[in-house]
Design a protein around this ligand. Sequence first.
Ligand SMILES: NC(=O)c1ccc[n+]([C@@H]2O[C@H](COP(=O)([O-])OP(=O)(O)OC[C@H]3O[C@@H](n4cnc5c(N)ncnc54)[C@H](OP(=O)(O)O)[C@@H]3O)[C@@H](O)[C@H]2O)c1
Length: 308
Amino acid sequence: MVLLPSSNRKIYAECHERNEKVSLKGKNAVVVGGTGGIGLAIAARLASLGANIVIVGRNEGVAASIAPQPGATKTFIRCDVSLQANIRLSAAEIQAVPSIASSGIDCLVLVCGKTMNERVLTSEGRETFMAITFWARMLFTQILLPEVAKGDGVVMNVHGGGQDAKDMKPIDVNDFDLKNISFSFLNAARFSRIATDGMFQEFAARNAVSNVRFIHAFPGMVKTAGYNDCPLTIRSVIYILGPLMWTASASESADVMVDVMLKPRPTEGSTFEVWNNLGKEGAAAGWVRTDPNASKSVYDAAAKIANF
Ligand SMILES: NC(=O)c1ccc[n+]([C@@H]2O[C@H](COP(=O)([O-])OP(=O)(O)OC[C@H]3O[C@@H](n4cnc5c(N)ncnc54)[C@H](OP(=O)(O)O)[C@@H]3O)[C@@H](O)[C@H]2O)c1
């Protein structure tokens, strides 16, 4: 159950209505993390509007539930995005999808996430939460940027844009594997959100002439299976307060995120945009920008590690 102020409901309904009027026929959308939670709802929404959809994830059975519109295509690309070697292979598969090879990617949606309560390393030696929520977003974006620039030029991160901007403390860019923080889901998420803000702000600065909108959005508290892996204390709070806490269902959140993706480009050239769960742009929501020097240091340190 989701109890919501009627003003929120009105906003979701307006986003839904605006989206209903749009045809994405002939557009190419890629959703990384599109087989569960908010990602599944976004993939389904984009497909329902007529887009050719590429779903990147681990669960082909779930992807099978998404129905493309007549004349549109659907492609499932199996990828465990915690491993950078897999991402490089999958990105090449995405580039080879015929509609993308001919007309690029109109929207690249990065919505992969995983609740981690302890520090676990991947077989490549990266901390797993950061591998899924930060490195996967960064690498897919870096590799697929030419295709995105050829299409309508939207890169949408659904994660936690602007959440930390008001009391921003720079993160330690020598600690992407979270050795030196006191590891908890909340601390890891904070580190990853700040790194993602910095990374994509710097992507926009570096690709100023490419007309790409680099978006980092916060979806609000959306009831998804992701919360099932939270520690017992957090799950207990959610069990008791859940109906009051959820700000949207996954499909309502997807309508807001799709509405944001379809907004007109704010200016010529690349932009970094932070949006909240009610479809409010960062500045309007009172958020401040990451210090450009901090963004640059996140990008430089990460690019060195990822070797690009
Ligand atoms: N829900 C919220 O209230 C909320 C609030 C703030 C921010 N967010 C952020 O929004 C994003 C999506 O959240 P959500 O609630 O939709 O999460 P979710 O229900 O846990 O879904 C996460 C998605 O990521 C995929 N994924 C996880 N590990 C993967 C891996 N190794 N390889 C490939 N795909 C993988 C999952 O696929 P599988 O089905 O294969 O696991 C699923 O499609 C996350 O970044 C989260 O931090 C969510």
